[in-house]
Design a protein around this ligand. Structure first.
Ligand SMILES: C[S@@+](CC[C@H](N)C(=O)[O-])C[C@H]1O[C@@H](n2cnc3c(N)ncnc32)[C@H](O)[C@@H]1O
Length: 233
């Protein structure tokens, strides 16, 4: 008899980020299609980083954001459930001579527990790995790890309000992405919608507020939404 109800977050869903080949492909594709300098700037501003800040990047992946933020603060805790991602990122940090990013094999729900209250927390393109009920548990854990007034920056695929025929809207967004970014991105996005757990704007906003955050801003770009939040309770 198995009565365990805790979510098994280390089981990869969708893309397998425990595959060495997949991680290298991911890093190459992201470097080609994203402006990391601009992302780091936006996150540093949202998190109100200072040279003394301590920040946690959850689902750090190939760590471009963690490594960029490291130049703007005292310490970055970078966690991921994929040891392959972490090995890849550690090598990258060493190559770039960055020594204030600390890598941890841990997820949204367990495995890494920050030792001091945090000034900021960021998670990009990762929270969708959890089903909604467990997103709520993760958000409570993030709020619990932050100092009062600490900032949280969340970026992910969030389904907008105002749609009625959801499958048609999702299919249209895959077609739009193909025109915008090509076939590989469209295939990855379709798999994301099929297999992973993106949620609705009204759901995530309700969860953020219930977890103790006030939403300072919401910024919607073509396929992604980011929230800048502050811990108020
Ligand atoms: C699409 S990548 C995003 C990586 C990076 N944040 C970025 O912006 O490029 C998603 C990452 O989340 C990680 N991940 C999946 N489930 C997780 C969990 N429960 N806790 C922490 N990280 C998780 C994956 O291993 C992967 O490295």
């Amino acid at each position: 008899m198995d009565y365990t109800c805790y979510y098994q977050e280390k089981v990869q869903i969708g893309t397998d980020y425990n595959s060495v080949a997949e991680v290298a492909v991911y890093d190459e594709r992201m470097s080609r299609t994203r402006d990391f300098a601009a992302e780091v700037e936006a996150a540093a501003t949202a998190l109100r980083l200072s040279s003394d800040s301590v920040v946690w990047d959850i689902g750090t992946g190939t760590s471009e954001i963690a490594l960029g933020l490291a130049r703007r603060c005292r310490r970055v805790e970078a966690s991921d459930i994929s040891s392959v991602m972490l090995d890849y990122s550690r090598t990258k940090a060493q190559t770039r001579g960055i020594a204030n990013v600390f890598f941890h094999n841990g997820g949204f729900l367990a495995g890494f527990y920050p030792e001091e209250p945090l000034d900021g927390c960021i998670t990009q393109l990762a929270l969708h790995h959890l089903p909604d009920a467990w997103k709520m548990v993760a958000l409570q854990r993030i709020a619990g790890a932050l100092k009062p007034g600490g900032r949280f920056f969340l970026k992910d695929v969030i389904f907008p309000d105002g749609q009625t025929d959801y499958p048609a809207a999702w299919q249209a967004s895959v077609a739009a992405l193909e025109r915008h970014s090509g076939e590989a991105q469209a295939v990855a996005y379709a798999r994301h919608i099929r297999q992973e757990y993106s949620t609705f704007e009204w759901v995530i906003e309700g969860m953020l507020q219930r977890a103790g955050f006030s939403i300072i801003s919401r910024n919607v770009t073509t396929f992604l939404t980011d929230y800048t939040c502050e811990k108020t309770r």
